[in-house]
Each structure stands twice: as structure tokens, then as C-alpha cells.
Write a protein that binds this ligand. Structure first.
Ligand code: SAM
Length: 272
């Protein structure tokens, strides 16, 4: 007899979109381990102060604080809703340690309270800057705001699949499906419209839980803009391949050329 499946606790009416988002797209432990590793390799000492741009629910900020007793952090987001959620669900459980984190309801172009050793912009959120001049202005500000030996880390998604209009469904064992919907793409402007939907075993759906109007930037374009913003060195980290020969193994190493995969996520590390 087959194993009985526990019924899913989720339906569109009761599920919390931030909880589902975090389960679906965030990996705070490996992300923070990566950021600490690249700083230590570059500067031969541990990083102390962290800044998370477009922090949403501040999951990375919380992990930074949780993993180091003396470390401090700042998160920036313009939307009070995810910030409030993050204060309650991510920072709250850390107790007194949470006083080492400050969340700012502010634009990412605002300066930090304290110059960060590591500053990051994750999940392609900086793609809201669709004009080169805007992106350059943001990168200029980031560089000026970093600590003396600071570094700035961005993730980037690429490969020919990024330019396709498609829906990709991932079933999560927690009892729901995550749908990444690349709804529109212009080959002329690289403007792209994407959505996240969630579907549940009872047949209900949380449609357009998150919406993005972005420009799909290419890796060489970003390197050029970072160079123009005055960064000294720009390293690209590429994900290794798992034993199945297809999926990523979550281990990122410095690369000069990368691999021509149909869909990839990579990190750009820009040193001041
Ligand atoms: C894709 S979510 C990123 C959430 C989380 N950091 C992550 O890595 O998954 C983008 C976030 O950027 C915020 N945002 C958009 N424009 C912004 C701006 N100019 N300044 C600060 N936050 C901004 C939105 O409110 C949203 O929470």
C-alpha cells in the first residue's frame, strides 16, 4: 500500500504569499555563506557590516545577523508590507540579536547608516532600472557608499530561455506549486514582464502574487556599467553541475567564460 500523503495546509484563501515566496525562491544559508566566502577570499578578513538592497522580507539580513554574533546589517525596501512581514517572521524570532539589524523603508539609492563591507542586490531586483543612466547612477552610489574594502554582489539570470515567453511550474513538497511566468519580452528593448503565481492541491490559485516590469540586462552590459561606475575589479562566479549532468550543484566558482547553458544564474562580484 502506498504511503498516505499529508494533506496540504495551503489554499489560495489562507496561504501567505511571503511565506510561499521565501520557500520558492530564496536560499538564505548558501547565499550568506557565499557572500562571506567571497569577502574573506578578497580581503583576507571576515566581513562585518552588511547591506541588503531590495530586501523585501529581509531574509538575508536576518541570516547575516543569525550567523555571526557581532555582525550588523541594514536592509532597504520601499514597500512597508514585506518589511513589516520580515520584522515579524524573520527578525522577530532572533530576539535581542535583531537589534543589530535596521530596516529602512527607503529607496535603494539612499545612503547607508554605516558603510557596508558587503552590499547585495538579489533576485535580479535591480532590473527595475531600465535605462543605462539610471543603472549607472545606482552603481555609482553603491560604490561611494561601500566601506574602504567593500564589495557589491549582484545575481543575474541569463541564457536563451530568459527571452522566451513561458510558464515554468515547480511543485514543492510543502504542498503547493510555484509558477514562474515570463509573460512578455521585447527583443528591441529587452523589457520583460514576469509574474509569480501559486497553485494549490485543492485546485485554487493565487494569481499574480508578484509582478515584475524589468529590463533583462546582459552580463557584459552589467560589467561595462560597473566598470564605468569605477569598480576596480569585477569577478563572475558560475554554478557547477550536479551529478545528473543537468541541474546546478549550488557551488559557485570564479569563471572567465562561463558555459553556454539555456538558462543560468550567476553572481557578479564588484570590488571597490
Ligand atoms: C524581487 S523582490 C526581492 C525580494 C528579496 N530581496 C529577494 O531577494 O527575493 C523586489 C523588492 O524590491 C523592492 N523595490 C522595488 N523598487 C525599489 C526601490 N527603488 N528601492 C527600494 N526597494 C525597491 C520591492 O518593494 C520588492 O520588495
Amino acid at each position: 500500500m502506498g504511503k498516505k500523503r499529508t494533506p496540504s495546509p495551503y489554499t489560495a484563501r489562507t496561504a501567505d504569499k511571503y511565506e510561499l515566496y521565501q520557500i520558492s525562491v530564496q536560499s538564505p544559508e548558501p547565499d550568506i555563506a557565499f557572500l562571506r566566502r567571497v569577502y574573506k577570499q578578497a580581503r583576507a578578513r571576515p566581513a562585518h557590516h552588511f547591506r541588503e538592497d531590495f530586501c523585501g522580507t529581509a531574509l538575508l539580513t536576518s541570516e547575516w545577523i543569525r550567523g555571526c554574533k557581532s555582525c550588523t546589517a541594514e536592509g532597504f525596501d520601499i514597500d512597508p508590507e514585506p518589511l513589516g512581514w520580515g520584522r515579524k517572521h524573520n527578525l522577530g524570532p532572533l530576539g535581542n540579536a535583531s537589534s543589530r539589524a535596521t530596516l529602512h523603508e527607503a529607496d535603494v539609492r539612499e545612503p547607508s547608516q554605516q558603510p557596508p563591507d558587503v552590499r547585495c542586490a538579489q533576485n535580479f531586483s535591480y532590473w527595475i532600472f531600465t535605462q543605462r543612466s539610471e543603472l549607472l547612477d545606482y552603481f555609482h552610489g553603491v560604490r561611494a557608499d561601500l566601506a574602504e574594502e567593500g564589495l557589491f554582489v549582484l545575481d543575474i539570470h541569463g541564457g536563451p530561455e530568459c527571452m522566451e515567453e513561458l510558464e515554468e511550474e515547480t511543485e514543492h513538497e510543502e504542498g503547493f506549486s510555484y509558477i514562474w511566468d515570463q509573460s512578455e519580452f521585447s527583443p528591441v528593448t529587452h523589457a520583460t514582464k514576469c509574474y509569480i503565481h501559486f497553485r494549490f492541491p485543492d485546485g485554487t490559485e493565487m494569481k499574480n502574487a508578484f509582478r515584475y516590469n524589468w529590463r533583462l540586462w546582459s552580463l557584459p552590459e552589467l560589467r561595462d556599467v560597473l566598470t564605468d561606475a569605477g569598480f576596480d575589479r569585477i569577478d563572475v562566479y558560475w554554478e557547477g553541475t550536479a551529478e545528473d549532468g543537468e541541474s546546478g550543484n549550488g557551488i559557485y566558482r570564479k569563471t572567465r567564460l562561463g558555459e553556454n547553458d539555456t538558462s543560468w544564474v550567476s553572481y557578479i562580484v564588484a570590488l571597490k
